[in-house]
Design a protein around this ligand. Structure first.
Ligand code: PLP
Length: 439
């Protein structure tokens, strides 16, 4: 039974006729339903999606991308929001450079991997539309978020505005430090369904006072995949004299981020999520103007060579082979075309939303509007127990998704990425439909 595929006809029957297939195909066609001009993540307005050297990126093309990963062909890995697989080119660099170091770990021999770190910094700067001086190579998003909350000089009377739906490294971390240093954390509640850009700009504006020093939010939430209006919120913070930190754990490596346009003061991300890089490598962007306002809270050796990295990257002995492999992950996305990666992932998510919505009893939490979501979607499979269903999907159907508990929009979280195929999305929709009909 494991991994048993279904035909398009069977799929159509399972979810109530062929009606679902047309929108699914349309969502994945060359242009897809998303407006490529939509500047929802800070990209320059009017930038068209770039295809690989002008080629139409059809399903055959994406199969070649899929072959760059070790993931077995019968496993529908739809859990990018948790941990992505590193691609074969990344693993090759990781292994080759690790062997280089372990063959001779003496300092002169390691010079090469040290230089490789600076190459990755340059790649990261280009990837994010920043300068190498603004890039710190951290170990993950959590570390980046905490470098910021621990490093700003906040005291009693100061205020920080955060969103309720933040990762602990951006919510609990601020709350813990508020207790210690006496500042106040004000929480803007996340609203379901996503109420839109104007609502959140207004809610932040109301939550901010003359004492607000920092505004902190996730670009895309890990719970239901709500996309926050990053550019608008960063502008609001700037206009009110506050600093902004954008947690990009769920947007970096999937949305075509342009920090020159978004203009946050700090932006964080992890290589092991959407960039499909090695584990325990991440990025912290520190805007040039914000640098003097931040103090390092980890002091050690082996800092980077330029700008912010000379102060904030001295984190002790590093795995420079992994840092080099991070660069390789960015090169793969550049080769495909980053707008194409974004468009593919979002089109798959859109197809999932369309398909799941057609299943009687399924409640999709994520708003399909491309200004309100990216490539994470969340849904409640009717009366089915989400945790049991996730286990069954993995063990019996070879489909990996994530169960999210809790009274607030619990259910299954699905996160497709550029390595997924249309057939995998169809398989998930068809299988959920089949299980729903069994109830
Ligand atoms: C929004 C968000 N921020 C931060 C993190 C932490 O990422 P990491 O574990 O790579 O530090 C996550 C992890 O899922 C996340 O979803």
């Amino acid at each position: 039974m494991a991994g048993k595929g279904i035909s398009r006809r069977e799929f159509g029957k399972m979810v109530g006729g062929a009606g679902i297939l047309a929108p699914l195909g349309a969502a994945l066609g060359p242009r897809g339903p998303r407006d490529p001009e939509a500047s929802r993540h800070g990209g320059p307005e009017g930038t068209p999606y770039r295809d690989l050297q002008g080629a139409v990126q059809d399903e055959a093309f994406w199969r070649t991308v899929r072959e760059k990963f070790l993931v077995p062909s019968d496993l529908a890995l739809l859990n990018a929001a948790n941990l992505c697989p590193a691609s074969k080119p990344v693993l090759e660099v990781l292994e080759a450079e690790t062997r280089w170091v372990d063959r001779d770990p003496s300092l002169p021999n390691r010079r090469r991997v040290g230089e490789g770190r600076e190459t990755t910094r340059k790649l990261l700067a280009d990837f994010l539309h920043a300068t190498p001086e603004e890039i710190v190579i951290t170990r993950n998003t959590s570390e980046g978020n905490n470098i910021v909350s621990s490093g700003l000089d906040l005291k009693a009377g100061d205020e920080v505005v955060v969103v309720s739906d933040n990762h602990p490294s951006l919510l609990g971390a601020w709350q813990q430090k508020a207790k210690r240093f006496g500042f106040i954390v004000r929480v803007v509640e996340q609203v379901n369904p996503h109420p839109g850009t104007d609502y959140y700009v207004d809610a932040f504006a109301k939550a901010m006072t003359a004492r607000t020093k920092v505004v902190a939010f996730s670009h895309v939430t890990a719970s239901v995949g709500d996309l926050f209006p990053a550019k608008e919120l960063c502008r609001l913070a700037r206009e009110r004299g506050a600093l902004s930190i954008v947690d990009g754990a769920q947007s970096f490596g999937v949305l075509d981020i342009d920090l020159a346009d978004m203009q946050p003061d700090f932006f964080t991300g992890s290589a092991h999520k959407w960039p499909c890089g090695p584990r325990e490598v991440g990025v912290l962007y520190i805007r040039k103007d914000a640098l003097p306002k931040l103090s390092p809270s980890i002091i050690s050796l082996y800092a980077g060579a330029t700008g912010a990295s000379t102060t904030f990257e001295g984190l002790g002995q590093r795995d420079d082979a992994a840092v080099m492999a991070f660069g390789e992950a960015l090169k793969l996305q550049n080769a495909i075309g980053r707008p194409a990666v974004e468009r593919r992932s979002c089109a798959l998510a859109q197809a999932l939303i369309d398909g799941l919505k057609k299943i009687p009893g399924v409640k999709v939490w994520t708003d399909a509007d491309p200004t309100r979501s990216a490539a994470i979607i969340s849904f409640q499979p009717g009366g089915l127990n989400a945790s049991t269903l996730a286990t069954t999907l993995y063990e019996k159907e070879r489909i990996a998704v994530m169960a999210r508990g809790g009274a607030d929009r619990g259910g299954l979280r699905v996160a497709p990425h550029f390595y997924n195929l249309q057939a995998e999305v169809e398989r998930l929709v068809g299988t959920v439909g089949r299980y729903m009909r069994m109830t």
